[in-house]
Design a protein around this ligand. Structure first.
Ligand SMILES: Cc1cc2nc3c(=O)[nH]c(=O)nc-3n(C[C@H](O)[C@H](O)[C@H](O)COP(=O)(O)O)c2cc1C
Length: 192
């Protein structure tokens, strides 16, 4: 049943050997195991100039939007840069908009060199919510990145499980906007 679901990850780090990309790949493998098709958008492979509203189709913007629109669930991954998420991801999001994100199920993953990357997760959640996305409550923070990975693998099994859970939850909740409407709440009891 989930084969009809397509999960797209966008990696905000352009660094060769990016830990963010490694973690996203792991989450996408879990999504694949849950039955979805997957696509990793590596922003290092796309030409996306700093966003200019007068040139919204610049570079590979059309391809970017096309790949994101095919998604039933989008996984946004970024390193923390100076207390927020990385500018290549902001540029990619700015080339997109409501057409790509409204009612989309979105998962979040942030990697940092220091402590918990809570600000970057909060900023991404705010941006995705502003675009009308359904942001999963589960989010993944990978602090102390240099010790968290060894030879391209996550060292901590519990963290690896959480990354995989994010991938499979994204599949489970992709398309949440089309779930049946919930009935209205029960009548408020009146005092007799
Ligand atoms: C420009 C820049 C700013 C950074 N700012 C922070 C920061 O504010 N907090 C932090 O914990 N790590 C910071 N880092 C470290 C990165 O989050 C860390 O190296 C991360 O692993 C990079 O992700 P990547 O491996 O996917 O490229 C910064 C790194 C760079 C290059």
């Amino acid at each position: 049943m989930n084969r009809s679901k397509h999960i797209v990850a966008i990696c905000g780090s352009q660094r060769a050997g990016s830990h963010t990309r490694t973690a996203l790949e792991r989450a996408l493998r879990a999504a694949d195991a849950a039955g979805a098709t997957t696509d990793l958008i590596d922003l290092a492979e796309l030409e996306l100039p700093v966003f200019d509203p007068d040139r919204e189709d610049a570079g590979d913007a059309v391809e970017l939007r096309d790949r994101v629109r095919r998604a039933d669930g989008v996984l946004l991954g970024s390193p923390m840069y100076h207390g927020s998420y990385a500018s290549p991801l902001k540029t990619a999001i700015d080339y997109c908009g409501f057409d790509e994100f409204e009612d989309e199920t979105v998962g979040l993953l942030v990697v940092s060199g220091g402590g918990f990357p809570t600000p970057a997760l909060d900023h991404l959640r705010a941006v995705a919510s502003e675009l009308g996305a359904w942001v999963l409550p589960t989010e993944v923070a990978i602090p102390n990145a240099h010790g968290a990975f060894d030879d391209g693998r996550l060292v901590d099994d519990a963290l690896a499980d959480r990354v995989e859970a994010l991938g499979s939850e994204l599949v489970a909740y992709a398309g949440v906007e089309s779930y049946p409407e919930t009935t209205t709440a029960c009548a408020v009891p009146t005092a007799d």
